[in-house]
Design a binder for this molecule. Structure first.
Ligand code: HEM
Length: 394
């Protein structure tokens, strides 16, 4: 947990883009001896790494107490096999069927803001929405919803500082959450084996490819991955969208008048304020990147948050262009690990944002607000997003 040079202070983490730009220009492939890490900043270099899983593995050399030990951290052929099975349970069609329910949940969340003219967007909407959706998708009973939310909050917590005590506490907390989640999902998996229901865990229990099925442990891993990979990222997509709507207020009326622009606007939010800034890979052999010699076993960090601002790929990269085309951002990754939840995240944003615009007019940051970034260098978002608004007349 050694700090990343350009992202040490809260201010740098809120606006990492100046550092990204400097690194793309001055040192696009650089080695940080303190972290023992290669950092890549240019779009083309990053794309090449993500598309070459044979040379750049997703498997951590030493497995620590990590939460995301599922397909995210596997290589072919195991990755391919597992991804095939889980994709069967997680198809774009089964996601599209969630639309009416997501709309209903949004309606309930918005109804709870009635009478208010200021909310914290995270607490009111962008945290609960994905948590409720994932919980229902998995088949978590409504009575366990709060339990579930506490777990996902605890998964998302970052280390407080880089002191030894804070790191030890962080690791112990993660292990404790992990044990609680293991027990919980093991129990549900066993129940679904006995008594199938209409939910994702049952689909995972039943899914089969070439006679292969998932074991109880693999199902458990996958459920925990969804919780860890799907919630905070989607929260940040919705929050980051509203943040830019307030930074560029003309977007609000524009998107209300031209709702057909929303799909592209969401892609531009993904590019401009990418919810995930970086991913790790490990070189499986000595390999050259941008004239630099990377050694077998070296950690290679792909800063997709920087790739998405690369002027070589995106003209006027630091401008939010609502209808930017083409927009081949890397916010969901690329290649074999491309985000399995992308259709779900896009759908949630596509339902949530028009409803937010419809109910909250003239959204603005309360005067004097100082936004504070989440204390993480891999996840990009703010801790709170206070929004003052004029409630729409019904
Ligand atoms: C993988 C981003 C939402 C499930 C990934 C990766 C990225 C990403 C960058 C690739 C990681 C890598 O290459 O190492 C995002 C963003 C999201 C989002 C920005 C929201 C805006 C979700 C949701 C789910 C999900 C809602 C599920 C409910 C997964 C899974 C993988 C993954 C299972 C692993 C795929 C594999 O290894 O084959 N995501 N994600 N994500 N994501 Fe997402």
């Amino acid at each position: 947990v050694i700090p990343v040079e350009g992202l040490k202070s809260p201010e740098e983490r809120l606006q990492p883009f100046a550092w990204f730009q400097k690194m793309r220009k001055e040192s696009p492939v650089s080695f940080d001896a303190k972290r023992n890490s290669w950092d890549l900043f240019r779009y083309d270099d990053i794309l090449a790494v993500l598309k070459d899983p044979a040379a750049f593995s997703s498997v951590r050399p030493q497995q620590g107490p990590v939460l995301l030990g599922s397909i995210l951290g596997m290589d072919p052929p195991k990755h391919h096999q597992m991804r095939n099975i889980v994709s069967k349970a997680f198809t774009p069609r089964s996601i599209a069927e969630l639309e009416p329910r997501i709309t209903e949940i949004m309606g309930e969340l918005i109804a709870q803001t009635e009478g208010k003219t200021e909310i914290d967007l995270l607490q009111s909407i962008s945290i609960p929405l994905p948590v409720i959706v994932i919980a229902e998708l998995l088949g978590v009973p409504a009575a366990d919803r709060q339990l579930f939310k506490d777990w996902s909050d605890r998964i998302a917590e970052s280390v407080e500082d880089d002191s030894e005590a804070a790191i030890q506490k962080f690791l112990a907390d993660k292990e404790k959450v992990r044990r609680e989640l293991d027990d919980y999902f093991m129990k549900v998996t066993l129940e679904r084996r006995k008594q199938p229901e209409d939910d994702l865990i049952t689909k995972l229990v039943q899914a089969e490819v070439d006679g292969e099925k998932l074991t109880d442990e693999e199902i458990m891993e996958f459920c925990i991955l969804l919780l860890g990979a799907g919630n905070e990222t989607t929260t940040n997509l919705i929050t980051n969208a509203v943040r830019i709507f307030m930074e560029e207020p003309s977007l609000q009326e524009k998107l209300r008048q031209q709702p057909e622009l929303m799909k592209g606007a969401i892609e531009e939010v993904l590019r401009y304020y990418s919810p995930i800034l970086a991913m790790n890979r490990y070189a499986t052999k000595d390999v050259e990147i941008g004239g630099k010699q990377v050694k077998k076993g070296d950690l290679v960090v792909t800063w997709i948050g920087s790739a998405n601002r690369d002027e070589e790929k995106f003209p006027d990269a630091d401008r939010f262009i609502v209808d930017r085309t083409p927009n081949a951002h890397l916010a969901f990754g690329q290649g074999i690990h491309f985000c399995l939840g992308a259709p779900l995240a896009r759908l949630e944003a596509l339902i949530a944002l028009p409803l937010i615009l419809a109910h909250f007019h003239d959204m603005r940051l309360p005067e004097g607000t100082k936004l504070e970034a989440i204390p993480s260098t891999f996840v990009y978002g703010v801790k709170e997003l206070p929004v003052q608004f004029t409630p729409a007349a019904y």
